[in-house]
Design a protein around this ligand. Structure first.
Ligand code: NDP
Ligand code: OXD
Length: 321
């Protein structure tokens, strides 16, 4: 029996975050290591060497004096970074092909939906109206991606292959083939000026909080074939100023939005986003972390770490992502 237990702290609340499902996957891939789903009053916290977590309550991880590594079961670590008592051990996040492919599907789906005037065409169908508007080619549209990391760079590549012009913006200088790359505050404006469809795949940090606001939307391109620019946010709800989004949709600063993430999740039943005709809404499922894939990813990392190897995808706590 491996001496260090793996503790699971999973508080997602949706189908994909069923703790039982994750526990059974981890039991399958962890050999003879003890996998404990918390809370478990029988567990001695000193036995826990590893924790695999999704949205643990602040302070929960501080209970484990012998913790060696925290594995966040998603890509974004903003919830953990907000915990001032987070133990000072390596924090590993998810960056794997399975999750990346799912996000790229979401981004391509929504970029195409707006480019191909799907909101108008579905309304026409409901009203039995045979009145197509002329359709422009993808090559006339620039999709600008905020965040050119694991997810943004893959989505950029797929969008380019569909035929869009693609621009990207990051914190440090990046090179992605076929993508016009911008970085830093000074290059944000030229990036926004050429963008017709803005895709946000940034992490939520003190620097990026509420970055999606009226001032930013007003700098997007208004001369493209789509007319008013479109926002697609699958990063985090905290990146967006929600009253600004609604006001900008109503006054035409934005033409439409696709939102997968919200400041308050689950989105309250009385939120105006549910019924706004220019909003396409999904319940934070742009890219699920798959229990089969990610339990294997964590188990392999633990094996490698115990054999003296390096952990992969360790979060830089100073940057916050
Ligand atoms: P990465 O860390 O790989 O990439 C982050 C990118 O954002 C990098 O290009 C980084 O710049 C850039 N960035 C960070 N801070 C700034 C800043 N201040 N100014 C400009 N650019 C900045 O993350 P991932 O691509 O793996 O994931 C991105 C986010 O997607 C996650 O943090 C999570 O919030 C969200 N997500 C949402 C999911 C969903 O289902 N809705 C699923 C999975 C993830 P640089 O390249 O210079 O470091
Ligand atoms: C993630 C998420 O960060 O699911 O992976 O939002």
């Amino acid at each position: 029996m491996n001496e260090g237990a793996l503790a699971l702290l999973i508080h997602g609340g949706t189908d994909n975050w069923s703790p039982e499902r994750w526990k059974s996957r981890f039991d399958e891939v962890c050999g003879d290591r003890r996998v404990v789903r918390l809370p478990d009053p029988a567990l001695d916290p000193a036995e826990v060497h590893y924790a695999a977590v999704w949205k643990p309550a602040p302070g929960e991880l501080a209970a484990f004096a012998n913790l060696r590594v925290i594995f966040n079961l998603g890509a974004g670590v903003d919830a953990l970074m907000a915990d001032s008592s987070l133990p000072d051990v390596p924090l590993v996040r998810v960056a794997v092909g399975d999750l990346t492919g799912r996000m790229t599907e979401y981004v391509v789906l929504h970029a195409l939906m707006h480019h191909r005037q799907e909101l108008y065409l579905r309304a026409s169908q409901r009203e039995r109206r045979w009145q197509p508007k002329s359709q422009w080619p993808a090559s006339a549209v620039t999709v600008g991606i905020m965040g050119l990391g694991t997810l943004g760079s893959d989505a950029a590549d797929a969008l380019r292959r569909v035929g869009f012009r693609v621009a990207g913006w990051s914190r440090s200088a990046r090179r992605v083939e076929g993508v016009e790359c911008f970085h830093g505050q000074a290059q944000l404006e030229p990036f926004l000026r050429r963008t017709d469809i803005l895709v946000c795949l940034l992490p939520l940090t003190p620097e990026t909080r509420q970055i999606l606001n009226r001032d930013l939307f007003a700098q997007l391109n208004r001369d493209g074939p789509i007319g008013a620019p479109v926002l697609i946010n699958a990063g985090r709800g905290g990146l967006q100023n929600e009253p600004d989004i609604l006001a900008c949709l109503d006054d035409g600063t934005l033409g439409a939005v696709s939102l997968d993430v919200f400041c308050n999740e689950p989105l309250p039943a009385d939120s105006p986003f549910w019924v706004h005709p220019k909003v396409v809404l999904t319940p934070h499922n742009a890219a699920d972390t798959d229990p089969d894939e990610i339990s294997k990813y964590v188990a392999h990392q633990i094996e490698r770490f115990e054999a003296g190897g390096e952990l992969e995808n360790v979060v830089d706590r100073k940057r916050g992502y």
